[in-house]
Design a protein around this ligand. Sequence first.
Ligand code: IMP
Length: 202
Amino acid sequence: MKIIFATGNAGKMKEIREILGDMNIPVLSMKEVGIDAKPEETGTTFEENAIIKAKATAELVTEPDVIVMADDSGLEVDYLNKEPGVYSARYMGEDTPYSIKNQNIIDRLEGVEDEKRTARFVAAIAAVLPGGEVVTTLGTIEGKIGYEERGTNGFGYDPIFYLPDMSKSTAQLPPEEKNKISHRGNALRAMRQKIIEKLNIK
Ligand code: IMP
């Protein structure tokens, strides 16, 4: 048995291995097994896009006894009707620097009071099990959009995603601290539990 995760991102793989590692099933990236599925993310929800990626990758796997997983994630800003949502990576163009995307979101919230700046990161994980069954999990982390970029850790929208309880942005947290509470961490921990139950792993 092995798990193939449909990502080429080394940072994600490290977090994935840390969380799924103790199931004693080797976890390999799509890159490590030499496959590369790049389906169009046409879904309207994070789950749909994660399923599209996991299924497209599973179609390229020829070995038996493999669990193929994929994720999809993004930022939902309540005041912006949950934008950028599934378009988080594509917001203002895929190649636009995040300093510009982040400033744009701050500008769109100009004058908006604290209570209305609520936002969340969402991550969906989809897994195609060896028999073909598809299971999904969803993880979230709640926060607020800040008034300026803060912190240099993390990536993407982290510098403007403020955690009121911690008085810090997620870009001000060390990676281990973020992983303990993050949307992706929560979705991965839920998936680990689901796989253990589905495959009867002791
Ligand atoms: P994907 O799931 O790799 O397609 O990523 C979706 C996009 O959502 C990323 O490119 C970021 O813009 C955003 N995003 C997802 N998770 C995070 C996070 O933990 N911090 C900051 N931005 C994130």
